[in-house]
Design a protein around this ligand. Structure first.
Ligand SMILES: Nc1ncnc2c1ncn2[C@@H]1O[C@H](COP(=O)(O)OP(=O)(O)O[C@H]2O[C@H](CO)[C@@H](O)[C@H](O)[C@H]2O)[C@@H](O)[C@H]1O
Length: 480
């Protein structure tokens, strides 16, 4: 069967976060399950460069200005690019101008993506549409209201915090019937809600871990959408993200100073030394080296690490920080590095090769998120033998086995967990981690367990495939 995936990012063409990793890797994993995926992306400059002279396959209605779809095979992706230069041929990141600030016409830009998805799904005759995050949120609305035949949609939430809300004046421009301006439609607290629409019109809703699927149905985790999600609980499920284990393989990764495997991890020591050198840390093989890789945003909890820094230093630890994001946090990270030379290093920026060295060289990776739909950093850390110290939330809770007494006795621990949002508990976890790292034989066993975890897409691809088959068999249902 064929599925049309719709998203705003796909690795390696355009990436601002984990969404791109998932959209880029899932098609190859689904191919092994007999599902052919065509991926629709906005025609950003990098996307159009990648498809070169690819032919136009469909001219779209002129609703948001002239637009057409061009199709090309790019790596493992059967790619459809939405060519609409007035909307997408811009510098900066996909959502904001180079000098910062969201593009003022983001509503029109991503409505055009939703409309293109509905047109493409119909023209290609796919059996299902897989829409990702708010940018693809209107695909289901257009399919429901304008498509000549019903095509079921699966909507995946990668992060409920980004909801795509636009002023009501956008609604008349969308070309949807008046009936869609309703709580039983795209209206969301008086605005046009793209994520809300995606959730409302989807035949099935998934998110990227079972724990997050439960959390988003509670007032504490639902970010205003928990009522809708509780109402639709019967169609909500969690499917864990995976990693492309060929692209993320410490046995072959050229970004590492030395390559290694679970059976022969000795060369990790050379990566630790290289990481210490890159971050200006004291070249001490015995110092517990912690790394943080991620967006510097409230969600990711870097401020908690800074609050727990006195403990990290007291236990003789070192800290390598790789991240980019909120200017205030960036400054605090730089400040911590300046205040503790040789003990704390900060690289502010986005650097994939350095991220790989962090995973392959740190003793442990810190993932102190306040909430985390799935998280990829801890999966990379498991695969690269840096047992993660994670907040017990969302996908972090679902993917890391805490080194508690019973797990140690059973020999199955793969990392450590602590209560989310709590710097004192993080400090406690750091002390525990340092004690475990100090017991070289025990830490080697935990590291071996971590590296032998199956963090690939295999199990989850089978689950998505089953879901697509289920919705295709049932046809598109109509919400009561
Ligand atoms: N400065 C930097 N340099 C190099 N690499 C960097 C980097 N900062 C981050 N990365 C990389 O970007 C990816 C981030 O993925 P995550 O899943 O951890 O977070 P994100 O919050 O973007 O994703 C959202 O969507 C994904 C996908 O579903 C969910 O897993 C997640 O919980 C949700 O918040 C990882 O591969 C990480 O290594």
């Amino acid at each position: 069967m064929r599925v049309l995936a719709v998203a705003s990012e796909a690795y390696p063409l355009v990436k601002t976060g984990g969404l791109a990793d998932v959209v880029g890797a899932l098609p190859a994993a689904l191919a092994g399950e007999g599902i052919a995926v065509t991926t629709l992306l906005p025609g950003y400059p990098a996307v159009l460069r990648a498809i070169g002279e690819a032919p136009a396959v469909l001219t779209l209605p002129d609703r948001f200005g002239p637009a057409r779809l061009r199709r090309a095979q790019v790596g493992a992706l059967d790619l459809l690019a939405l060519e609409a230069p007035h909307l997408f041929d811009r510098p900066g990141n996909p959502y904001a101008a180079p000098e910062g600030g969201d593009w003022p016409d983001n509503g029109e830009r991503f409505a055009a993506l939703g409309l293109a998805a509905a047109e493409a799904a119909t023209a290609l005759g796919v059996q299902a549409v897989h829409a990702h995050d708010w940018q693809a949120g209107l695909a289901g609305a257009y399919l429901r209201h304008l498509a000549p035949r019903p095509i079921p949609t699966v909507f995946t939430i990668h992060n409920l915090a980004f909801q795509g809300q636009f002023p009501p004046a956008l609604f008349p421009r969308l070309g949807l019937p008046a009936a869609a301006w309703s709580t039983a439609g795209v209206e969301y607290f008086g605005s046009v809600g793209f994520l809300k629409a995606g959730l409302w019109y989807a035949d099935r809703i998934t998110t990227v871990s079972p724990s997050y699927a439960a959390e988003i149905r509670t007032p504490a985790g639902g970010m205003g959408l928990d009522g809708l999600l509780r109402g639709r609980a019967g169609v909500v499920s969690g499917i864990l993200n995976g990693l492309d284990d060929a692209a993320w393989d410490p046995a072959t990764d050229p970004a590492l100073a030395a390559r290694f495997t679970a059976a022969a991890p000795e060369a990790r020591a050379a990566n630790k030394a290289a990481l210490q050198a890159r971050f200006g840390l004291v070249p001490d093989p015995a110092a517990p080296l912690f790394a943080f890789v991620g967006r510097l945003a409230w969600q990711k909890g870097m401020d908690l690490v800074l609050a727990a820094l006195p403990t990290l230093l007291e236990i003789g630890g070192q800290l390598a920080i790789l991240g980019t994001g909120e200017p205030g946090l960036e400054a605090q990270c730089r400040g911590a590095a300046a205040a503790h030379p040789g003990r704390v290093g900060a690289a502010i920026g986005f650097d994939e090769a350095l991220a790989r060295l962090c995973y392959g060289g740190a003793d442990a990776v810190l993932v102190p998120s306040r909430f985390e739909p799935c998280g990829l950093a801890q999966l990379c850390a498991l695969r690269y033998g840096a047992p993660p110290v994670v907040a017990r939330t969302g996908g972090l809770a679902d993917t890391v086995i805490d080194a508690n007494e019973m797990a140690l006795a059973a020999g199955c621990a793969t990392g450590l967990q602590f209560a989310p949002g709590d710097a004192a508990m993080l400090a406690g976890a750091l002390r525990h981690a340092a004690a475990l790292i100090g017991d070289a034989a025990l830490w080697a066993r935990i590291r071996g367990n971590a590296m032998r975890c199956d963090v690939s897409w295999r199990r989850s691809a089978a689950r998505y495939a089953a879901l697509f088959r289920e919705v295709a068999m049932a046809g598109s249902s109509v919400i009561a």
